[in-house]
Design a protein around this ligand. Structure first.
Ligand code: GTP
Ligand code: MG
Length: 619
């Protein structure tokens, strides 16, 4: 909402502009007034809408046209004052003032106008008959009011309407010509309805209505008021109320009614609560709340965020098959301005036999977005109405920033739930196969993946000592010369070679020696395509000798050319190494390590994760 409001009064000489301002300020009619009142500022706490308000007078005798134009362009709302007993001053409203103002203001952001008929104490009849046709002709006229500076009639109302016209403009909401709400307003309210319809049955029941009322207006609706509202809708349309709840049609009707009765601040309160600005766009502050992270930290969703996302999943998984069909997915993202997930997502996370994203896969994709691009994640949560449903200040509370990795290394413990493994290897060495196998896909299944839907990420969960952890695999492009810091930064590295290709191990050795020889990041050599005939590698050392020399695990045989889903053991191993990087190769081999690791893990098991898992089991 605006931080202040600037009201300008214009009109023919002697219609009473200065007197109106003086009457408002001193609460009595001044017999003598100057030609032009000084600009006055009314402090926020004495105005009805609690916004500082500047009131600016105009006097033809004192001001040049240039000065008038400047004031017009600075004004947020303009009151065109006429005198009800002066026909000429009314004629000038349309012949002079309205054209002059529209020439001086932007076509797209027209200032609202208010027609003010002053000196109502002097006449018996009202000027409304003459004024109403003018109002219908010009949509920028917000309202009209008759008043008297002398009797102090409707003076504070006049300034209240002016304030309201700025703070809660009708323009973006309603088209007076069509006598209906504008499409962008209907779109925004429909999104609000969808978010508030927590069980997705197309009806706002009493619980949902109460929740809506409380979040928007901070007060619950009395049961009788709830009935009254529904009765108003029932009286006006047949399908506005269904099963004693409000349908979308009924909801939209109510807002049209608010607006038509001049209570559009009600609709604006709802829109603003859901993050909309005056142009009915979601504001940047709403979508991107301030959020800072240190380079050595990562971002994860916290327990409450997972619960929320789980409830969203349940809301749209209508057939309860624990996967989102293309239609269900489309339905879920209806509250987004665009479809956030492309077809590559289906190759990044677990899917069911039909290739639909499973519950597990859905949470994995959210975890991935949070980890790789937290701003994006905040934006998405904003579209879902996270802060509103969770009754929080902003979506930022959904995110946990992990402790600096250096501290984790020092303390030899981590509370992270997501670990990143970069997968490097020569062209065709089997990296993608290694990623896809993590999602449970064997070679035959992988062959069905279209090239343009390929993903360079794969994310899923593994269990390390009973704790569920996310492992994020990232396939790095093999251009040796172009490996960047980002390509190398991770919690564990996989160097993949193809046992059947004698030229493929050299790449692993080169990358290892150049980037990981002195690094603290644990490395694993993967001997991929182990179902094929092993070739002798053209390299000074055999892979096994290379590993021995550098105190690495021996090469891990791996194949995804299996009948069933490939084994997940290697991924659990990688996660374990990512969690406990301080363990040396000797430690990792000795049995005492597993014991120690599991003790540490129990002590530091995050409570949230335990609960989250318990909930998963219930499903
Ligand atoms: P300019 O500054 O010359 O443009 O005029 P103005 O629009 O500021 O009018 P101003 O306030 O000076 O009032 C003009 C005359 O109308 C004064 O004699 C006022 O006393 C008188 N007047 C203003 N408001 C009222 C009203 O509500 N009722 C009556 N009866 N007289 C009014
Ligand atoms: Mg004056």
């Amino acid at each position: 909402m605006r931080k202040d409001v600037r009201i300008l009064l214009v009109g023919e000489p002697k219609v009473g502009k200065t007197s109106l301002i003086m009457s408002l300020v001193s609460e009595e009619f001044p017999d003598e007034v100057p030609l032009r009142a000084e600009e006055i500022t009314i402090p926020a706490d004495v105005t009805p809408e609690r916004v500082p308000t500047h009131i600016v007078d105009y006097s033809e005798a004192e001001q040049s046209d240039e000065q008038l134009y400047q004031e017009i362009s600075k004004a947020n709302v303009i009151c065109i004052v006429y005198s009800v007993n002066n026909k000429k001053s009314i004629e000038k409203v349309t012949s002079h003032w309205i054209p002059l103002i529209s020439e001086r203001t932007d076509k797209d952001s027209r200032v609202p106008l208010i027609l003010v008929g002053n000196k109502s104490d002097l006449v018996e009849h009202s000027s409304m008959e003459t004024i109403l046709p003018i109002m219908n002709q010009y949509s920028e006229i917000e309202t009209c009011v008759e008043c008297s500076a002398k009797n102090l009639k409707n003076i504070s109302e006049l300034f209240y309407y002016a304030q309201k016209a700025v703070l809660h403009p009708t323009g973006p909401l309603y088209s007076p010509e069509e006598k209906e709400m504008k499409p962008s307003c209907i779109k925004a309210l429909t999104r609000i309805f969808t978010i508030s319809d927590l069980d997705n049955d197309g009806i706002l029941n009493d619980n949902e209505l109460n929740f809506f009322q409380r979040t928007c207006f901070n007060i619950p609706l009395a049961p009788q008021a709830l009935e009254d509202v529904k009765n108003v809708v029932r009286k006006n349309m047949s399908d506005g109320v269904k099963d004693s709840g409000l349908t979308l049609k009924g909801f939209l009707f109510l807002h049209t009614l608010f607006i038509q009765r001049g209570r559009h601040e009600t609709t604006w309160t709802v829109l603003r609560r859901f993050g909309y600005d005056d142009d009915l766009e979601l504001t940047q502050e709403y979508l991107f709340p301030l959020f800072k992270i240190h380079p050595d930290c990562t971002t994860e969703l916290n327990h409450n965020a997972y619960l929320f996302l789980q409830s969203v999943f349940d809301k749209y998984d209508k057939d309860r098959d624990c996967a989102l069909s293309p239609d269900e997915l489309k339905d879920l993202f209806k509250v987004f301005p665009y479809m956030p997930w492309g077809p590559d997502v289906n190759n990044t996370v677990c899917t069911n036999e039909q290739g639909w994203i499973t519950y597990q896969g859905y949470l994995s994709q959210w975890t991935l977005t949070t980890y790789l691009d937290v701003q994006r994640c905040l934006e998405y949560l904003g579209y879902l109405g996270y802060s509103i449903i969770q009754e929080q200040e902003s979506q930022a509370v959904a995110i946990t920033v992990t402790r600096n990795k250096r501290i984790d290394l020092q303390k030899k413990q981590t509370q992270r739930g997501v670990f990143r493994c970069n997968v490097l290897g020569a062209r065709d060495s089997g990296k993608s196969g290694f990623l896809q196998a993590f999602l449970g896909r064997n070679l035959a299944r992988q062959k069905r993946i279209r090239e343009d839907r390929k993903s360079y990420y794969a994310i899923s969960t593994t269990y390390v000592y009973g704790q569920e952890k996310y492992l994020l695999l990232h396939e790095v492009l093999p251009d040796f010369e172009f490996l960047s810091e980002a390509d190398l930064a991770c919690d564990v590295v996989c160097l993949v070679y193809d046992i059947s290709n004698p030229r493929s191990f050299e790449y692993c050795a080169k990358v290892y020696k150049k980037h990981f020889l002195d690094s603290k990041t644990p490395c694993v050599i993967i001997a991929a395509k182990s179902d094929l005939h092993e070739a002798r590698q053209y390299y000074s050392l055999s892979p096994l000798d290379f590993c021995r020399k550098h105190k690495l695990h021996p090469p891990q045989l791996f194949t995804c050319n299996t009948d069933e889903a490939p084994s997940k053991d290697i991924y659990t191993k990688l996660t374990t190494m990512a969690m406990y990087p301080h363990m040396t190769q000797a430690d990792l081999k000795s049995s005492t390590f597993w014991l120690r690791a599991s003790v540490g893990a129990t002590v530091f098991a995050v409570l949230g994760f335990a609960m989250y898992k318990a909930l998963l089991k219930q499903r």
